[in-house]
Write a protein that binds this ligand. Structure first.
Ligand code: ZN
Length: 263
């Protein structure tokens, strides 16, 4: 079977920060969290590429994007630097069938908000508290092999209300030491593309080195991979209906070609 082509996109800013903060993050993500994830997700059925915002064409030239089955997205402080034209290109690929896995603070990325059509805003707090992730949909392919619940020892709290559309399907739900709850793992379908959002993954804790988290993301990649060739996303003219049209066209003598031309 062909390998699933996974591209991990990371804005790659915090891991390169100067001083104590950057040094601390580099102690567990020496080459960035995208490279750590690439290493941790490595498997025979996956072909993984790690890219970042600072690369040519913001890390996603057409050649790569068009040959990506599942795109993973991590962003935080640089959402506004992502060009709208790139968001357009990613949206088109998702509608065609490319899978999209949005991680942690990617909830506010341009591409996630574009795909949801909602604010994606949430409540947050950073005090290193404990999170317990509950598997809500035990039958979902993404929860295969995941415990009924597991603990992320130290995390940033993301709490409800979370500005998601009503069709967001909850796979994981989190409880935090401070008392908040959050829909921490949700799926969506947009066009032919499957989308998964997963919140654990705050940059100042080595959460992407935690086996349960890696397992969830690995399951998500395999679930989101397209099983059809790219689907049409634009309108097309069809002059050959499957049945004969007998109705007399009242506009037969009028040339309507110009009506369909772009202004
Ligand atoms: Zn965070």
């Amino acid at each position: 079977m062909a390998k699933i082509r996974v591209t991990i996109w990371n804005e790659f800013k915090h891991e390169r920060a100067e001083g104590d903060f950057g040094d601390y993050i580099r102690s567990f993500y020496p080459k960035g969290l995208h490279e750590a994830l690439k290493q941790n997700l490595a498997a025979d059925d996956l072909e993984i590429t790690a890219v970042s915002l600072d690369m040519p064409e913001q890390g996603l030239p057409d050649e790569l994007l068009n040959n990506t089955d599942v795109l993973m997205w991590w962003g935080h402080c640089a959402h506004n630097l992502v060009e709208d034209s790139l968001v357009d290109r990613v949206q088109k690929r998702v509608l065609e069938g490319m899978g999209l896995v949005v991680m942690h603070s990617g909830h506010h990325s341009k591409i996630f908000r574009r795909m949801t059509g909602t604010s994606c805003s949430l409540r947050w707090r950073e005090c290193g508290e404990k999170e317990r992730v509950w598997t809500v949909d035990l039958q979902h392919p993404i929860s295969r092999g995941i415990p009924e619940s597991f603990v992320v020892p130290h995390t940033e709290m993301y709490g409800e209300p979370f500005g998601l559309p009503d069709d967001a399907h909850v796979v994981f739900m989190s409880w935090y030491e401070g008392g908040n709850v959050f829909r921490s793992g949700v799926t969506l379908q947009r066009g032919a593309g499957k989308i998964f959002y997963f919140s654990p993954g705050h940059e100042t804790f080595p959460i992407y080195n935690q086996p349960e988290v890696v397992k969830v993301l690995g399951n998500a990649v395999r679930w989101a991979a397209p099983d059809l060739p790219p689907q049409k996303t634009s309108c097309w003219h069809d002059d050959s209906p499957p049945e004969t049209v007998y109705s007399a066209n009242p506009l037969a003598k009028v040339d309507t070609t110009d009506l369909h031309k772009k202004a």
